[in-house]
Ligand binder design. Structure first.
Ligand code: FAQ
Length: 311
């Protein structure tokens, strides 16, 4: 490390090396990471609700055990990501407060309702599938703790994606009513899943700077295209269709043409006007309040242990 921390930071980024918590970094780089990692953590925590809705109604003990394990993994990802954000000098209490007071966002996708059991399959296939396409490049993010957290999270997401795919495959090859339930579910989740990648590049506030800092490795539109290209073959293998009549292979581009999601709707959902925003936040606030005694007990125990050591 030279005497000039700014030059050293630039060198590290240019050489594709990792920035670590104790290294000097521009304040805006720190702020962008806190924003993205915290919002990612909030998404995992709020993201437990749509699937939590079906745990007691899973069609078999085996399905229930698997779904329970998946939702627990999401809690784990949330805590893992809060820990990564804490390395940037923020406290978890403050981050939770930013979520509960609506000053930080979470992913738009979790503001849609889970109306049928097939939605557990579609969330695994499409929502976790989109999460993987978005997160695999984050394993190469320039900030060390975030990149390393992503490696384990992506492995678990792959399991989640496969379990969803298997639920949908079973339904798609079941009775006509089950098949119809699977198709209806895919029809409802397709466009909200495309919107997970964020606004189109020309409207993305942070992309250019985040790409320059190698936090993001691909733009929102690049990843959305990659996701569409991946899903077409998988839908065929499932025996289901994607609800887009304009979906067509484009030989010149070497990619599928597709209909963009409704970005006005994305903006409304982000602003809090999605079908379930209010319910998700109320549920989270209530859970936080009901957990107050656990936090108080843990703090009291820690104080007691610290006291013992002093004596
Ligand atoms: N929803 O300038 P950009 C999961 C906001 S996966 C809500 O393009 P950026 C796994 C954006 O924050 C889901 N807000 O922003 C799971 C910004 O607002 P801000 C979580 C959105 O950061 C599966 C503004 O719009 N994954 O949880 C959305 O460069 C199943 C302008 O946008 C991650 O968070 C949206 N869809 O790119 C769990 C991945 N899109 O912050 C349970 C990490 C954009 O200035 C069950 N994050 N916004 O107030 C990222 O890769 C990026 O942050 C993007 C957005 C790509 C999401």
């Amino acid at each position: 490390a030279g005497a000039d921390p700014t030059a050293y930071f630039t060198e590290v980024i240019d050489a594709d090396q990792k920035v670590e918590p104790r290294d000097w970094m521009p304040e805006a780089y720190r702020r962008t990471l806190i924003r993205q990692i915290a919002q990612h953590a909030h998404s995992e925590i709020i993201g437990m609700q749509p699937e939590g809705n079906w745990i007691t109604r899973a069609p078999s003990l085996k399905r229930k055990a698997i779904l329970l394990a998946k939702v627990q993994d999401e809690a784990g990802h949330g805590l893992y990501l809060y820990a990564a954000a804490e390395t940037l000098g923020v406290s978890r209490d403050d981050l939770v407060d930013l979520l509960l007071t609506g000053r930080q966002k979470y992913s738009s996708i979790f503001n849609y309702p889970t109306l049928s059991w097939a939605d557990m399959g579609t969330i695994g296939w499409l929502v976790d599938g989109a999460a993987i396409v978005n997160q695999v490049p984050l394993c190469r993010c320039s900030y060390g703790p975030y990149a390393r957290a992503m490696i384990r999270i992506c492995k678990e997401e792959s399991f989640h994606q496969r379990q969803g795919y298997e639920i949908l495959y079973t339904l798609a090859h079941g009775t006509p009513a089950q098949r119809e339930m699977a198709q209806d579910s895919v029809n409802r989740w397709w466009y909200p899943s495309l919107a997970m990648f964020g606004p189109p590049d020309q409207d993305s506030t942070h992309s250019a700077q985040s790409m320059a800092w190698k936090i993001k490795r691909f733009t929102n539109d690049e990843l959305r295209q990659r996701f569409v290209d991946m899903c077409v073959g998988q839908a065929e293998a499932l025996g289901l269709t994607l609800p887009d009549p304009a979906l067509r292979w484009n030989d010149e581009r070497g990619a599928y043409d597709f209909t963009q999601p409704d970005y006005e709707e994305l903006l409304r959902v982000i602003k809090g006007e999605g079908p379930c925003n209010r319910q998700r936040m109320e549920h989270r606030r209530q859970a936080h309040q009901e957990g107050a005694w656990v936090r108080a007990a843990a703090a009291a125990y820690a104080a007691k242990q610290a006291n013992k050591k002093e004596k």
